[in-house]
Design a protein around this ligand. Structure first.
Ligand code: SAM
Ligand code: SF4
Length: 381
């Protein structure tokens, strides 16, 4: 027997009613590479980026302007790249910060220099920065991120634990002075090193005066389906141990549901693609961050160099993808935790209605064929 799930049904209907022009999230992957980082756990480890010259600061400025009054949350991150390796990154951040877009940055932090820090605190509106640290000392830091050896002492220092901590402290001091509402977070993926008693406490001690939140999780399986050998054993127990150890510390958040690093198969349609896009360093537009790589080139719905983003958002290819089966047509099934949680929640709708062919319940034809005359815009914050 299946039960009717009001929440799932409600969100499914909201998704169908959504105007595809109104993005709620846009993720940008401006980075050219990862410097010396070769993290074996990385979602995109070993997978090629799409070929093509990288977008300049001016081209990112044009993307920001092309959104008119829309103000989706802009996530600046990467998959198999670090966003701060783009030579114009401070100006790219400025293009979105100045216009009042809510901006979230995910980075290792090795290039979090003064110009980037200044761009992050410039202007009003929401800004959050997550530094992926994954370690509490220099030796673990180098091992977990598989830092490449080099004779270039400047690059070696940039990727050192000491430099990352220094950059976190410098941003923390600046935010206190100029923009106290900037949220500075550290993220810690737990591998064998961090599972040893006292190791997480060592990292927390170092960070807690300077960051607003320390997020602790187990890494997910990579996009090629490989599970890292150095994932800790007894993951559920380990996370419960962390919950007990840091109970009462308001800055530590343990993602207790991250103990299973496998992908969910509870849904067959992707609803999150209706509200978000990801743009890679060369301007290719994809439905989500996990597929912005050469092996998923078939899911690219256009390039901002060839067609303005607002036109790509209403393109026939994008709309057709809304109805495709995740396993047999999109051929991805590699969502990250956020998108997977949303898709799985709405997937309950199909279960409740025992709907054999969900595309038949696709958005009302008028939404697809005749866009409403006056789009509803979000106002700048
Ligand atoms: C792919 S990285 C790109 C941005 C930047 N290079 C960095 O490492 O922060 C974005 C976020 O994904 C996280 N990440 C990478 N591989 C992961 C995995 N297999 N499971 C969970 N999180 C992962 C990183 O720790 C980082 O916080
Ligand atoms: S986690 Fe980040 S720095 Fe590490 S390889 Fe992946 S994209 Fe690069």
């Amino acid at each position: 027997m299946t039960t009717f799930d009001y929440t799932s049904d409600y969100f499914w209907r909201l998704a169908l009613a959504h105007d595809p022009r109104i993005l709620t999230q846009m993720e940008l992957h401006p980075g050219l590479n990862c410097g010396l980082y070769r993290c074996k756990y990385c979602f995109g480890h070993g997978q090629a980026l799409n070929a093509g010259p990288y977008l300049t600061g001016e081209e990112f400025e044009a993307i920001a302007a092309s959104l008119g009054e829309l103000r989706p949350t802009v996530i600046i991150s990467g998959i198999a790249t670090d966003p701060l390796t783009h030579p114009d990154i401070a100006s790219i951040l400025g293009s979105f910060r100045r216009r009042g877009f809510p901006v979230g940055l995910y980075t290792k932090g090795h290039n979090l220099d003064a110009s980037v820090r200044e761009a992050l605190v410039e202007g009003p509106g929401e800004c959050f920065v997550t530094i992926s640290l994954d370690a509490g000392n220099a030796v673990d830091y180098e091992r977990v991120h598989n830092i490449a050896p080099t004779r270039n002492s400047e690059m070696a220092y940039a990727a050192s634990f000491e430099n990352i901590l220094g950059n976190i402290r410098a941003l923390s001091a600046l935010k206190r002075e100029v923009k106290p509402d900037l949220k500075l977070r550290a993220s810690i993926l737990v591998f064998e090193e961090m599972a040893q008693p006292g190791k997480l406490a060592e990292a927390v001690d170092l960070l807690q005066d300077d960051v607003d939140l320390i997020r602790v999780a187990i890494a997910q399986d990579r996009n090629d389906g490989q599970r890292l050998e150095t994932l800790p054993q007894n993951r559920e127990k380990l996370l419960s141990r962390f919950v007990e150890e840091f109970e009462g510390n308001p800055k530590v958040r343990i993602l207790t549901n991250s103990h299973t690093p496998t992908r969910s198969t509870a849904f067959s349609r992707c609803v999150v693609q209706r509200t978000q896009v990801t743009i890679d360093k060369s301007g290719n537009v994809f439905p989500c961050p996990q597929v912005a790589l050469a092996p998923y080139r078939n899911l690219c719905m256009g390039n901002v160099r060839e067609m303005p983003l607002p036109d790509i958002l209403v393109s026939a290819k994008r709309k057709a993808m809304f109805g495709l089966d995740v396993d047999t047509e999109l051929k991805c099934r590699i969502c990250d935790r956020k998108d997977e949680a949303i898709n799985a929640a709405v997937g309950g709708h199909f279960e409740a209605f025992n709907t054999a062919s969900p595309p038949a319940r696709e958005a009302p034809a008028r939404m697809v064929a005749e866009p409403v005359a006056e789009p509803i815009f979000f106002r700048p914050r």
